[in-house]
Structure formats: C-alpha cells, structure tokens
Design a protein around this ligand. Structure first.
Ligand SMILES: [Zn+2]
Length: 368
C-alpha cells in the first residue's frame, strides 16, 4: 500500500507500521499542517486523527469501502482484525480460524469469496505475528551482544515457531484465548519446515517436513502458496509452515519461503534465497525485515538513531547483515525489474538515503 502524507509517498504493509515512533513524527507534522493525505494505491482521500497523543491515518466516514479489497484500509479487507481505533489486534469472530473452505460442489460465488477472505485474513494475521515472533527470537539469541561485535547469530526455525505459537495462542476472541478455543474444538497447530512438495494424481499435494510426508487438499495448498508467488512464479521450498487441523480436516495452512533449513530467514524470491545463503556461508548474522515494525529493536537504539536520521520509516532493505564493525544493507535486484519505472525509481530513492548513512553502514546492491 502506498500512502501520501504531506506530499511524500510512503509504502506500508500493515496499519501497525504507522504507530512506529518515526512514522508518528511524520503524522504529527502533517496533522498540524492540514495537508491533504490519501491512499495512493486506491486513490482515496484520508485524514489524520489524534487520540491520546497518538496519530492515526483514517478514511473519511463511509469511504473505507472505497479502498481496494487487498488494501489494509479496506473496511472488511485483509486487516479487518486490526481495530481502526487503536491499531490493536482485535479478532471479532472464530470464522478467521474455522470458516470452512468451500467444497468443489459450491458454486455460489459469494460463499466462495467470503471463505477466501477469511483465509486471506488469516494468512495476513500470521504474517504479522510471525514478523513479531521472528524479531523476538532474533533478539533472544543475540541478547547482550553488540550489533557490531561480529557475533550476531541467526534464530532457528523452531524457536521462531515457538514464539509464533505463543503469539497466536494468547490472542483473544470474545474473551476466550485462542489456546482455549482450539482445545475445546480439538484443533491443533503445528509449525515446521517444508523441504519439498509435489502435486499428486488426485490433485492433492504432498509435502515433506524432514521427518514425514503429509497430504493437503489442493484448495488449501493453493490458497497458502499465494504468499510465495511473484506474479505467476512460485518460489520453491524450503518454506516455513503453520498448519491448523483437527482429526480429519485441515482448517488453515500458512507458508512462507525461507532461505534454508533449520534457521529462519524469510525470502521474497529465489534470487534473495541465493544471496542469503552466500552470506550465511560467511557466518554472518542476517536479518530480513518483513515489515518496518521491528527495525529499531533489531538494530538497537543507538544504531537505529543513526539509521533513521537518513532513512524514512517506510524503507525496508532486503537484508541487514551484521559483520564486525560494519552493518551491511543489501538490496537484491532482479535486473528485469529495473525496466519497471516505479521499481527503479523506488530503488534509486532508497539508495540515495542509504548513501548518506554513517560510514559503518555498508550498502551493497546485488544484481542478477
Ligand atoms: Zn487503500
């Protein structure tokens, strides 16, 4: 999503990002300037509201439905579990976990759309919780270590999965924790890694998690794999996955491409995976920001202060690399994308910001 605030464009992945300290500063200035603000992606005017010293970007009354369905500001869109009032996660119904996927016999397009929306909401929720879990795991395994010490390590997938489970279980729906709800319904969730997968003759999918093979219905698999798609190209495994299932039924299935086995580094393309694995061979700590929400805690206070002096809060490099006395900032560039004006302009803008950073930052563009 791209939003315009006081004439400047910012890219966000979740409404939560506007609550970061640096974004709040931008919103506070815009609030007093009475500038025009809008969601550029949907061409919908928005305004800034101030509640208890926090600033929010809001749609005008009755206009929230004018955003596109995949916009975080759309009224019943992918982020409808985030309350407009305080940007907290507030899930109103269990449908996000259980709303059954339509059977092949279902032809009612409204029923199908409604079920698919729940799946998209769920996937987006897990994405945000996973971002949180990843930052927690990274900070725990690197607790007390200076970011420029050359001793930064990467969290294991198992630890990230553990924190994701905690994040999800502790959420409440109508006063009950998700942990209690799942127990009542005898639904379990499992996280792990998918090392390979294939389509079977009956059109279902089989995946291998390093120990065992599992079968997943075609529809469930294809909804999950949407997140691993770049246009129509599907990024290959390994994937991190989360499965929510009862005795006979898979309710939800979430996947996210990762760089390699056992350690957790999300990637957004096969090219990014290649680059991440090269860096890993050198034994460096890597952090891939999934959103901009945790940049400050990952870099730690002093480094983040230097960083945000020159880099706007919406900018997310592909990787931060922690070396001895250096912090690498990596952009992985598929040269085909450079033909796309918007992509190239955004990259050049990012690079002009990185070029002003203090010399212990080291910017590298990796192009292929
Ligand atoms: Zn929008």
């Amino acid at each position: 999503m791209i939003v315009e605030i006081q004439g400047q464009l910012y890219k966000i992945r979740t409404k939560k990002e506007i609550l970061s300290e640096n974004f709040q500063l931008i919103l506070s200035k815009a609030y007093h300037s009475r500038s025009k603000n809008r969601c550029v992606s949907c061409n919908v005017d928005m305004y800034i509201s101030k509640v208890e010293n926090r600033y929010y970007l809001k749609s005008y009354p009755k206009k929230a439905g004018e955003h596109k369905e995949n916009c975080v500001f759309y009224k019943n869109g992918i982020e409808n579990f985030i309350s407009e009032e305080n940007i907290e996660i507030n899930i109103k119904s269990e449908a996000i976990l259980f709303k059954t996927t339509p059977t092949q016999k279902t032809t009612d397009i409204q029923v199908i759309n409604k079920a698919e929306r729940k799946i998209k909401n769920f996937n987006h929720l897990i994405f945000i919780l996973l971002d949180e879990a990843y930052a927690k795991a990274f900070n725990i395994v690197n607790k007390g270590k200076k970011r420029l010490s050359g001793e930064i390590v990467n969290p294991e997938t198992e630890l990230v999965g553990y924190f994701l489970k905690k994040e999800l279980e502790n959420l409440k729906i109508k006063g009950k924790t998700i942990k209690e709800i799942l127990k009542e319904k005898q639904v379990f969730f499992k996280t792990g890694e998918i090392l390979s997968s294939n389509k079977r003759q009956d059109k279902s999918y089989r995946y291998f998690d390093g120990m065992k093979s599992w079968i997943i219905p075609e529809y469930v698999w294809e909804q999950a794999v949407n997140i691993a798609k770049i246009y129509t190209n599907i990024i290959s495994p390994p994937y991190f996955y989360l499965r929510l299932s009862g005795k006979r039924k898979v309710y939800r299935f979430f996947i996210l491409p990762v760089a390699s086995e056992k350690i957790f580094i999300p990637v957004e393309s096969d090219l990014e995976r290649k680059v991440a694995n090269k860096i890993l061979k050198k034994d460096y700590g890597i952090y891939k920001p999934m959103t901009t929400l945790h940049t400050k805690q990952i870099l730690t206070k002093q480094i983040a202060k230097d960083y945000f002096r020159f880099v706007p809060p919406d900018i997310r490099p592909d990787f931060f690399v922690f070396k001895k006395d250096k912090i690498g900032i990596i952009e992985v560039v598929d040269k085909n994308n450079l033909k796309i004006d918007k992509y190239r302009e955004r990259l050049e803008y990012k690079e002009s910001c990185y070029s002003r950073l203090p010399s212990y930052f080291e910017y590298i563009r990796i192009q292929a």
